[in-house]
Design a protein around this ligand. Structure first.
Ligand code: AMP
Ligand code: ZN
Length: 462
């Protein structure tokens, strides 16, 4: 069955045809790890998860890359201001790399809690400095970049087209452009590829232009090219990345390879809170941990996200999470009832459900429609093992562990214990069994017993 995706590049739904027959190559812009990921960030990751699952459901293999921005990028999208990672490091009294490691682990932990299918390659910017330098050198050689006393800039006017994703017109923008911080810049839209580090700058690397650090956009172009080649199938990210980050990624790649790096550009819309933006000043920045602390399953957040297409805005309310949590429990109960059922459902009916579900997910990941079919199956009056098997198959897309009973999240585990658990998990990953045992004892002293099972760590109050 054909798959259709909305392509931001062409502004229409298009039939998706992979470049290679079997393996689809995807690049997703990942987190900047100087703070906790919000449930907004997680909506974008759930969109990425569904995309992966739908392609796999259709029989494809994936080579999917997600970057971890651990060099920080500058405070404003236009690459000016103080570095976010360094700002956070100063505030928390840690080194930037400690900050990055801490928040990377917490980010990966959230993905696990949401049962998100992890990209095959997760790569850190700081481990690809050499690839970035080579990319910048190539841009200079090809005449798309120039050096000033503070940075190496990309010269946007050298490209035939700049702004194809967002429709920015350089000529129209020039007149109204903001005051420039760097007078050596030739065009206000020229952006920093590589920045010369001031003496007291914490993160900097030796390069042909002295001690420098990367601009934000270069890491994605360099790592995308390294792992996926000059041209790959799909590039994803949140909608806010279109006008700056993704325009600049396209510009950089065109400057080196002459090609737009991705055939399909797919963007997830924003999560709103009570109809507005999530912001610290409004005190409405929620994390996945807040959902858990309020007694809800993290998977309820997934069910909540399925209530809107990824290209529509979605409004978060606690009432909506409450109802999503109830739906999650009902779905699991429905699976159980079908699994214990002895009635027979005609093959035709099952086939029909299967086709309708596939049509929905293949139509630009239409999860609200797919969920309506899931519910039809769940509520089918005949209780049958065949329908339980069908729900299990649909769960390849939903990823809610439909056959497992939902844990009781009302029993809240204190943050202090959760932190010890995270440390212990890391120790075990590094095979530091001694530290793992010390941490287990520490957790016990605080009134909790940790058990290691095949599925991971289980925690219980003593
Ligand atoms: P950041 O770590 O801020 O660079 O963001 C990581 C990803 O999350 C980007 O793709 C953003 O577009 C996305 N994102 C940020 N805020 C939201 C939101 N409220 N809703 C959905 N996605 C978001
Ligand atoms: Zn990116």
């Amino acid at each position: 069955m054909e798959i259709k995706f909305y392509n931001t590049l062409t502004k229409e739904k298009q039939i998706f045809k992979p470049i290679e027959e079997k393996t689809i190559k995807i690049y997703s812009c990942g987190p900047t790890v100087y703070k906790d990921a919000t449930i907004g960030n997680m909506r974008t990751n759930i969109f990425m998860d569904i995309l992966r699952r739908v392609l796999k459901y259709n029989g494809y293999n994936l080579k999917h890359v997600m970057n971890i921005t651990d060099v920080g990028h500058l405070v404003s999208d236009a690459d000016e201001g103080e570095d976010k990672m360094i700002k956070s490091a100063k505030e928390e009294g840690k080194t930037p790399l400690q900050i990055a490691e801490y928040y990377t682990n917490r980010f990966l932990n959230d993905l696990e809690l949401l049962n998100i299918d992890i990209p095959e390659i997760i790569c850190k910017a700081t481990e690809h400095i050499k690839d970035m330098i080579e990319f910048v050198e190539q841009l200079l050689r090809n005449g798309y970049a120039y050096e000033t006393s503070t940075a190496i800039y990309f010269e946007v006017s050298k490209l035939k087209e700049y702004g194809i994703l967002s429709g920015i017109k350089l000529d129209e923008q020039k007149a109204g452009a903001r005051v420039e911080l760097d007078e050596e810049k030739r065009n206000p839209y020229d952006f920093a590829l590589w920045i010369k580090a001031p003496e007291n700058h914490l993160m900097k690397w030796d390069s042909p232009w002295g001690l420098c650090y990367p601009g934000w956009h270069i890491e994605c172009s360099a790592m995308g090219k390294k792992y996926l080649g000059d041209e790959f199938d799909i590039h994803t990210g949140g909608i806010d990345l279109i006008p700056t980050h993704h325009e600049n990624e396209i510009a950089q790649s065109k400057g080196v390879t002459g090609k737009n790096p991705a055939k399909f550009w797919m963007h997830g819309e924003f999560l709103l809170i009570n109809g507005g933006k999530m912001s610290k000043s409004l005190g409405n920045v929620y994390l996945l941990q807040d959902i858990i602390k309020n007694g809800y399953s993290p998977l309820a957040y997934k069910i909540f996200c399925f209530s809107a297409n990824y290209r529509s805005k979605l409004n978060f309310t606690w009432e909506a999470i409450d109802s999503a949590n109830k739906s999650l429990i009902k779905l699991k109960e429905a699976y159980k009832r079908h699994n214990e059922g002895k009635e027979v459902v005609e093959k035709e009916i099952v086939k029909n459900y299967e086709t309708k579900f596939l049509e929905a997910i293949n139509d630009d990941l239409n999860m609200p429609l797919a969920m309506s079919i899931v519910w039809e199956v769940a509520k089918h009056p005949k209780k049958s093992k065949t329908l339980a098997q069908l729900l299990l198959k649909f769960d390849k897309i939903l990823g809610i562990n439909i056959q497992e009973q939902e844990k009781n999240y009302a029993e809240e585990i204190p943050e202090e214990i959760q932190e010890l658990l995270r440390e212990r998990k890391q120790a075990r990953q590094q095979k530091d069994w001694e530290l793992s045992d010390i941490l287990r004892d520490k957790i016990k002293e605080k009134g909790y017993i940790v058990k290691d099972t095949k599925e991971g760590m289980n925690i219980e109050k003593i």
